[in-house]
Design a protein around this ligand. Sequence first.
Ligand code: FAD
Length: 532
Amino acid sequence: MTIEDTAADAPVRPSNIVIVGGGTAGWMTAAYLKAAFADRITITLVESAEVRTIGVGEATFSDIRHFFEFLRLEEHDWMPACNATYKLAVRFEDWREPGHHFYHPFEQLKSVDGFQLTDWWLRNPGSDRFDKDCFVMASLCDANRSPRYLDGSLIDQDFVEKPHQGGPSRSTIVDYQGAQFPYAYHFEARLLAQFLTKYATDRGVRHVVDNVVDVGLDERGWVSHVRTAEHGVLAGDLFVDCTGFRGLLLNKALGEPFVSYQDTLPNDSAVALQVPLDMDREPMRPCTTATAQAAGWIWTIPLISRIGTGYVYARDYCEPEEAERVLREFVGPTAAEVEANHIRMRIGRSERSWVNNCVAIGLSSGFVEPLESTGIFFIHHAVEQLVKYFPGGDWDPNLRTLYNRSVAHVTDGVREFLCLHYRGAKRADNQYWRDAQTRTVPDALEERLELWRTKVPDAMTVYPYYHGLPPYSYNCILLGTGGIPVRPSPGLELADERAALSEFQQIKAKAQKLVQELPTQNAFFARMRASL
Ligand code: FAD
């Protein structure tokens, strides 16, 4: 047993929590802990006025719904305040070849007679669009449709929306595995942080704006306090490190090592622009777009009054000036006056995210490039897990172990999923993309790739621990990127395909009907804003 594991003279049950950092991670953590434990805990959040937040992170996973539900917030409570829009999918452009696109939608894949639709599609492709043939959402995205009607009702997409306000129980990500809510959100990170600041401070969170200049440790190596420049010492029982890539408490003060993923995911930099958008004139896609580039990819996130965009690239292949030039050229004249935000990314995770009485959440815990918008999902998952494994007076070390395992599984699983995008991309028009096809991937993924050549991914062959990405997501990327040959199950040649063909027909008919009935995103949000 190490000194860390000694419970004998450990602190009492934590009820006094200090959060360092006021970015998305800090405020999501403060709001969620207050929603979970109310006045049975006290929270102080300290953030620097000088150290800026990362300023990006505006696209989410559909699971984020459970975060707002847990806070007992309805869409109309927070979406207008955050200039939020709907996101039905990630749209990948030019990953296979120039001009090609496909979607990774928030929609589970159906099965017929025990075989996923992918299998049936491979046996007898209805068109060259796997995504459109197997998912309704791909057609809605191509037609820029909203997932809600003008009266606010949700499309019928195998998810029953329950009113939650005031009910005693609240949903969490892990409870809802397998029940896919049909969309996620885009929002302005700055406005979300502002909104959550008010939510949390209204519920008693003490907000200190100051620089943390020192982290005090006791004789056991537990954090006893943080010292600020102007507000003196902030003592606490449990400290949450939300200081971003700096990892001020966990990595710097406690010395927890950082495990880099750079060998498998080489993109280590980004340059971002906030570009004005006139939503009365320009169509708003109901998806995040990831457009492949010479040394990475560009994200495009449509918000109510602007577009968030940025080039994620590897410095080994591209200089920052070149990345900014490419991004500005991609966006066009509307970006001419906009200042660029250059960011160096730390890709990987802390070996343990919770050490002694310090838990890192957000970029200080871990980060992978934002190709599948997983950063905010990591925060949401982490804070849910913190509530689940919240320590008692004995600070049972098993709770930390379980928490750390859960967080590591999620990050490592997403890493595998992202590696598949690059290994799978068919384009090989320059050294960056040729290297992507041969770059090391985690050993377990290499084995899985071998199996997927014979049998498309299913629950048996994807990363086995919870990481937010079901098998259908892997099918989308494998078939969409197109560089890894896949084939249908031989058994299907002997099977009766009538039920599968009927399923494909139903998807097509439903997609056509919905495209006709639903308003565009622009129309939906114009109506929503007019009614405010
Ligand atoms: P930060 O925003 O860096 O906040 C750090 C905080 O710590 C600040 O408040 C700062 O003032 C404070 N601080 C630091 N030092 C001190 C000190 N000494 N004293 C007091 N306070 C201090 N995620 C998604 O889900 N979707 C996306 O589309 C997405 N896109 C991204 C694109 C890029 C290029 C990058 C890099 C990340 C992206 N992410 C995305 C991740 C997302 O941005 C982050 O997960 C999220 O913003 C959380 O950041 P944070 O709060 O951990 O850190």
